[in-house]
Design a protein around this ligand. Structure first.
Ligand code: KPL
Length: 315
């Protein structure tokens, strides 16, 4: 594996979920040294013992690579690059305190969370760190503690609000590009995050409630009607916050993401199936709160939030 003394080239992937394993697996396959910080010691042991398997998909053969993992409570601080792939719901005060220990000032954090609001929380809790932001439409499905399936090719939009050194951003861009991802540098991060929020607010709750893969969402008139209603409402709310783009174009983007990740189970469906807490509050709940702050209502998003929470409550 590549060894290199440059601090910025030391990489940790925080989170052993679908996206974390996909990023780590592709980085390993590209020969990059990186450590995966997992929530449990059990997962770290499995990864260290078995390696990380990327199942065949996307026209790529199956690959197994050696992995280097640590439970994040045992991890050593790094002044390098941390790809943060845990869900918004994990960003508790306790988590942020531990993250501040693990990434000293000068280090770089690249959050990949769905939704919005997390970047501000990270900036507040972690002054002095460089926070680049990634918005991705890659489809990944965690099939085991040490295996992941790359279920759909999307892209990664990467950027910052001017506070990250351009060299650092280039290092992250190169590293992800070399790992085989389509990476675009963007100066319109708020817009990218809102576009992704629009997609997640429609695809995630509906696929979770209906228990269907992304590709099945637009497959019947009834599902299409639900998706369009949720889309229209979410679009209007986000427009009031400056979302750019015509509704028809964004709807087309959404359907393209569903096609590109047709076999994928959305992250919300994966959480529901695993009996885990979902991100619905940071996605549809967020839309409801954004609407309320503008003295308006978002009944479709309110209903989606309530239904997904009810699914979770039922296990
Ligand atoms: O972001 C996703 C998710 O599942 O959270 C998409 C792009 C919809 C892929 O499934």
């Amino acid at each position: 594996m590549e060894r290199n003394g440059n601090m910025e080239d030391r990489t940790a992937v925080l989170g052993g979920g679908s996206l974390g394993l996909l990023l780590a697996g592709r980085l390993y396959a590209a020969g990059r040294e990186c450590v995966v910080w997992t929530r449990t010691r059990e997962q770290a042991e499995r990864l260290n013992g078995e390696g990380l398997r990327i199942e065949a998909g996307n026209g790529l053969p199956e690959r197994r690579t050696a992995a280097c993992a640590r439970a994040w409570e045992d991890a050593e601080p790094t002044a390098g690059i941390v790809l943060l792939t845990v869900k918004q719901t994990a960003l508790s005060d306790r988590f942020l305190k531990r993250l501040a220990e693990l990434v000293p000032p000068g280090g770089t954090i690249v959050p990949f969370q769905n939704g919005i609001g997390h970047v501000e929380a990270l900036r507040k809790a972690l002054p002095g760190r460089q926070i680049a932001v990634a918005v991705t439409t890659e489809g990944a499905w965690r099939t085991g503690a040490a295996s992941v399936r790359h279920t759909g090719h999307g892209d990664i939009r990467l950027g910052d609000d001017g506070e990250v050194r351009p060299e650092t951003l280039q290092v992250v861009e190169r590293m992800l590009t070399e790992a085989g991802f389509s990476v675009f540098l963007s100066k319109q991060l708020n817009n990218e995050m809102m576009r992704k929020l629009l997609i997640n607010a429609v695809v995630n709750p509906l696929t979770a409630i209906l228990r269907i893969p992304n590709g099945a969402l637009a497959k019947t008139p009834e599902r299409l009607e639900l998706a369009k209603a949720l889309f229209r409402e979410t679009y209007e709310v986000l427009r009031a916050y400056g979302l750019e783009g015509e509704s028809e174009d964004l709807w087309e983007t959404l359907t393209r993401v569903c096609e590109a990740t047709a076999d994928n189970r959305s992250s919300m469906l994966q959480d529901v199936e695993a009996g885990k807490e979902t991100e619905v509050d940071s996605i549809n709940g967020m839309i409801v709160r954004m609407a309320a702050a503008k003295h308006s209502d978002a009944p479709w998003n309110r209903m989606a939030t309530a239904l997904v929470k009810a699914l979770h409550d039922n296990g």
